[in-house]
Design a protein around this ligand. Structure first.
Ligand code: GBH
Length: 446
């Protein structure tokens, strides 16, 4: 039962980590400041025809310069946790060698500013902005890139390890694989499935090597992978649809979960790829031991379910957001959280992304009404609440996103923030969802 203002009266556990998330390339801008090198996303977004309207992250939400304002807004909303990412090309402009102190200093200022406001930092090491210099030597197709990532991770841990209690390694390896290397509409814009699954392996290896680096520093901070998971349902009850949905689940979920949590690749996916796939040939002795080093938590990012037909195609079942890939299905949050706990747990879970784009506009009275986002967040949090009641050790939840930002190939056309960014002036306006979220956090309840 909801009261008159749409509240459900569902209380969350004490100390629940109410949060919001961003990533470096999507919000920072300042593409040339303080010795930052170029990343594959600079190259990709500056290539004509790759992004909506030719948009780039050169300025984005100018967070690199406006972070004090943004920190104050986070405090005003009452956030307990802020998930951001560190730009590898700020730390190692060419992807290797001595760290660039000015780049690290930005993250030190950011992390200090979070602590000053009582907000817990959660940092992702890699949210897709691979240094272009490493792409030039093969990028994630080159096994050596995983070792370069381990060096980069070590430099970051040495500089910030004590101040950041939770580290996430690779954001959504699946999206790099599928969008970067199969569909090709993310950097580096390849369309080569055989390469794509080798890339998956090297991203897993990078994850495992980074975990080992953190342990080697003696840090007590926690670390885990950040995976976007899609519940895959058969479109109907036929055995063919059930089997197709199972294999689809292998490619969407188990290909990323199993190596880390069970130390092996899903047999059905390996069989489907065949014995001569670059993935099969790219697994060296000891890799799966490295990849399956124990982690401290699993970060889950949930946006949409997938319905799979008997022929392995997909079907739309629910209304979509303005992102046509996103069907709005809050039950999927419950299903994916309970499933990972059942199949891979017990492991502490954080939801590091959940949200939707809405057609937000600044009204004449200076407000931004995003009622659709409020309903979406409330319904997904209700599903998360049920998952907690069913035994899922969910410790925190982060809205994607804190701010409107550069939505990759969609550029600035899609607004995902709790906070509206008026790009011409860079003025920030709290949307109605931000006001709603502030009250949720204050009440520890939806
Ligand atoms: C996350 O990706 C990202 O981590 C974040 O950076 C991003 O801003 C956010 O979600 C919102 O999108 O056009 O059919 O090929 C979510 C997973 C995978 C969603 C690729 C969009 C494109 C589907 N994304 N997908 S399609």
């Amino acid at each position: 039962h909801s009261d008159t203002d749409g509240r459900l009266g569902l209380r969350f556990p004490p100390d629940f980590g109410w949060g919001a998330a961003t990533s470096a390339y999507q919000v920072e801008g300042a593409a040339k400041d303080d010795g930052r090198g170029e990343s594959v996303w600079d190259t990709f977004s500056r290539t004509p025809g790759r992004t909506h309207g030719g948009d780039t992250g050169d300025v984005a939400a100018d967070h690199y310069h406006r972070y004090p304002t943004d920190l104050d807004l986070m405090r005003d909303i009452g956030l307990r946790s802020y998930r951001f990412s560190i730009a590898w090309p700020r730390v190692q402009p060419d992807g290797s060698g001595a760290p660039n102190q000015r780049g690290l200093d930005f993250y030190r200022r950011l992390v200090d500013g979070l602590h000053d406001r009582g907000i817990t930092p959660m940092a992702t090491l890699f949210h897709w902005d691979l240094p272009q210099a490493l792409q030039d030597t093969g990028g994630w197709e080159n096994r050596d890139t995983a070792y370069r990532f381990a060096d980069y991770a070590r430099a970051v841990f040495d500089a910030l390890g004590a101040q950041v209690p939770v580290w996430l390694t690779v954001n959504e390896p699946k999206t790099v694989v599928q969008n970067g290397y199969i569909i090709g509409h993310h950097a580096p814009g390849r369309q080569d499935p055989d390469a794509a699954y080798l890339v998956a392996h090297h991203l897993h290896l990078a994850h495992g090597l980074a975990v080992a680096q953190l342990r080697d520093t003696g840090s007590t901070s926690r670390i885990g992978p950040a995976l976007n998971l899609h519940p895959c349902y058969p479109a109907d009850d036929s055995p063919a649809s059930v089997a197709a949905a199972r294999l689809y689940d292998g490619y969407e979920n188990r290909l990323y979960l199993d190596p880390v949590f069970t130390g092996s690749y899903p047999a059905d996916v390996l069989a489907d790829l065949g014995p001569d796939s670059r993935l099969a040939r790219g697994i060296h002795d000891g890799d799966l031991e490295t990849i399956s080093a124990p982690v401290d938590l699993l970060a889950v990012q949930y946006y949409t379910p997938i319905y799979v037909t008997a022929t392995g195609g997909t079907e739309r079942r629910w209304p979509t957001s303005v992102a046509t890939w996103q069907q709005i299905f809050p039950e999927g949050m419950y299903d994916i959280l309970t499933r990972v706990t059942r199949d891979y747990g017990p492991v502490p879970i954080t939801v590091t992304e959940n949200g939707l784009p809405t057609p937000d506009a600044l009204a004449a009275d200076g407000t931004v009404d995003d009622a659709g986002r409020v309903a979406f967040l409330r319904d997904h949090l209700a599903a998360a609440h049920r998952a907690i009641a069913a035994g899922v050790p969910l410790e925190s939840y982060h809205v994607w996103s804190l701010l409107d930002n550069f939505e990759w190939e969609q550029g600035y056309d899609q607004r995902w923030g709790l906070i509206y960014v008026d790009y011409p002036t860079q003025r920030r306006v709290l949307k109605s969802s931000a006001h709603w979220y502030r009250r949720v956090i204050a009440d520890n309840a939806i």
